[in-house]
Ligand binder design. Structure first.
Ligand code: OOB
Length: 552
């Protein structure tokens, strides 16, 4: 591994191997093992498209072999901003085969995020849809690529690609069985300790941090998750959350389903009517949701009483699940609830399917691996007695020791002995289950999408005529929290519409746009002279919905 990415200490790495956590095979090799075991069975479903395990592996190999011709070499990184479609999965597998690491951006990302990621990752390609939901992603990627001081290709999945861009759809269509291809790719297999992919942190700092997940650690992540969730060849997993997120990708998600011969069914949106139809048509057995979406599903189910007979489990995670909603999910959807408290940085906690209702409704579960270490500490990093609320620190076989090229940030986000500071305030119960009680980090958790307060504040200072700006979470009936921007204006206070227009013009993703704007003459300070976020939050949290107009 390079110095770009801090590694686990060698003694621990050895212990993880002895314990059978790390199996030292790259994910591309696993893909072929899955294909051999499950051959003609359907692996991927996207609308009317059905792709078998063997077809999936052949397509991935064909694409993997074409990558060098597109300027991509082993060790290179590409930025991927695709919606949920089968090409996303095949591209990911092709990257695993070729030792090219995809950085998993969201289709919601715009100039600011994609541009930053392409630069920080030194990306050699940016892969996007041509147009999607009325937005020209291809033009955006082309602008970003043209601005980079190195050659960066634009890869396009869609109807057609402009000249000079790589038409991945056409390329995938043209792939034929290649004599000896599998052997040739096997010979070039990446080191299982290398980054297989980069997930993005729901970060607290200016721009998203890149989390390198190795072949070894991510394979364990999805294998162990699959065991805990009872995944099997009978599993039909529906993904409606953005597949670039750890939760739907590998917890156990798409890859966890494929790893045991199950099926991954892709939908580009969690909109309940389509989702319910897909569940019935494809006999879906399990899906994962964030609480905000679960609420929409429960409401729609109450109204329409859909046939969800095949659906056995709904996993809910990403943000706090209200106990009342937790009760409604099994009642209205006819499923078993599983709470998931995870993070792209690693540690995964799940309630178990046979846990008591009390555990299912009131805890966020427990770690999946005997190798997971969790510690609850006070503000001076001193371990707290069981049952007390403090910050959760963690280490383990699928929790990397630092972000990519972020030495300074790593020094703050990790303790000297390698514990990741989650920024979450939790309580560890006697039965080993964790309860999320709050957080210490400055972010807004908008229906599971994390928005860094610092990022919003930096943009506000850059684009608005303000002396100061603060972004705080305030309660929101739809998303749990929404971004409230508090400004100290220099002249006239900006309106919400103006703020949103300026942010959009600056290339900020839609989900980060403030949904409430407030002004103050000055920001209140704590006794030690730091901005008092808590009091600002409290001041605007109590606003009722009548005094504030929802944006959409
Ligand atoms: C998942 O991953 P990220 O990286 O988007 O966000 C992680 C953060 C956690 O540190 C915590 O603050 C929050 O999201 N969170 C929860 C939660 N699950 C995540 N807060 C309260 N209750 C929960 N159940 O969000 C993620 C990754 C893998 C699986 C599931 C979620």
């Amino acid at each position: 591994m390079t110095t770009d990415l801090p590694d686990w200490p060698p003694e621990l790495a050895a212990a993880y191997r002895t314990a059978g956590f790390w199996l030292d095979r790259p994910l591309g090799e696993w893909m072929w093992q899955w294909a051999e075991e499950h051959g003609e069975r359907v692996a991927l479903v996207d609308g009317d498209v059905e792709i078998s395990f063997l077809e999936m592996a052949s397509l991935a190999d064909g694409l993997a072999e074409a990558l060098p011709g597109l300027g991509l070499r082993p060790g290179d990184r590409i930025v991927v901003g695709l919606p949920n479609r089968w090409e996303f999965v095949v591209l990911l597998l092709a990257c695993f085969r070729a030792g090219v690491a995809p950085v998993l951006a969201l289709p919601a990302h715009r100039e600011l995020e994609l541009g930053y990621l392409a630069r920080h990752a030194e990306a050699r390609m940016i892969v996007v849809p041509d147009r999607w939901r009325g937005f020209d992603h291809e033009a955006l990627a082309a602008r970003i690529a043209a601005d980079l001081p190195w050659r960066c290709a634009v890869g396009v999945v869609g109807e057609f690609a402009l000249p000079g861009h790589v038409d991945l759809t056409a390329l995938l269509r043209s792939i034929s069985t290649g004599e000896g291809r599998r052997r040739r790719l096997d010979a070039l297999a990446p080191d299982p300790g290398d980054a297989a992919l980069f997930l993005l942190s729901g970060g607290t700092t200016g721009l998203p941090k890149m989390i390198g997940r190795t072949h070894n650690d991510y394979e364990y992540n999805l294998r162990r998750s699959g065991e805990v969730c009872g995944f099997s060849a009978e599993t039909r997993y529906l993904v409606t959350l953005p597949a670039a997120h750890n939760f739907p990708l590998g917890c156990p998600g798409i890859l966890g389903a494929l790893a045991v011969g199950g099926q991954a069914v892709l939908l580009a949106s969690p909109e309940p009517v389509r989702a319910f139809q897909t569940i019935a048509r494809r006999r879906i057995t399990i899906t994962s949701l964030v609480p905000a979406i679960a609420r929409r599903w429960v409401e729609k189910a109450r109204e329409t009483r859909p046939d969800l007979g095949s659906l056995a489990v709904v996993q809910v995670g990403g943000s706090v699940l209200d106990p009342v909603l937790a009760q409604e999910i099994p009642a209205m959807l006819g499923v078993r609830l599983q709470q998931v408290f995870g993070m792209a940085e690693g540690l995964l906690n799940y309630t178990r399917l046979d846990d008591s209702d009390e555990v299912l409704l009131h805890t966020q579960g427990r770690p999946i691996s005997p190798g997971d270490e969790v510690l609850v500490v006070d503000e001076s990093d001193r371990p707290l007695p069981a049952g007390e609320i403090g910050e959760l620190l963690t280490r383990g076989p699928y929790t990397p020791r630092g972000y990519f090229r972020a030495a300074e940030h790593n020094a703050r986000a990790f303790t000297p002995d390698g514990w990741y500071r989650t920024g979450d305030l939790v309580r560890l119960r006697e039965d080993g289950n964790l309860v999320v009680e709050g957080r210490r980090k400055d972010l807004i958790n908008r229906g599971g999408e994390k928005v860094s307060a610092e990022e919003v504040e930096t943009v506000a200072r850059a684009v608005l005529d303000v002396a100061d700006a603060l972004a705080v979470p305030v309660p929101d009936p739809r998303f749990g929290e929404r971004v409230c921007l508090v400004v100290v204006p220099r002249g006239a206070a900006p309106s919400l519409a103006e703020v949103r227009a300026e942010f959009t013009a600056h290339g900020v993703a839609d989900y980060k746009l403030p949904e409430q704007v407030e002004s103050l003459d000055r920001l209140p300070l704590t006794p030690v002279g730091k901005v008092d976020r808590k009091s600002v939050r409290a001041q605007f949290a109590s606003k009722t919905e009548e005094s504030w107009t929802p944006v959409r």
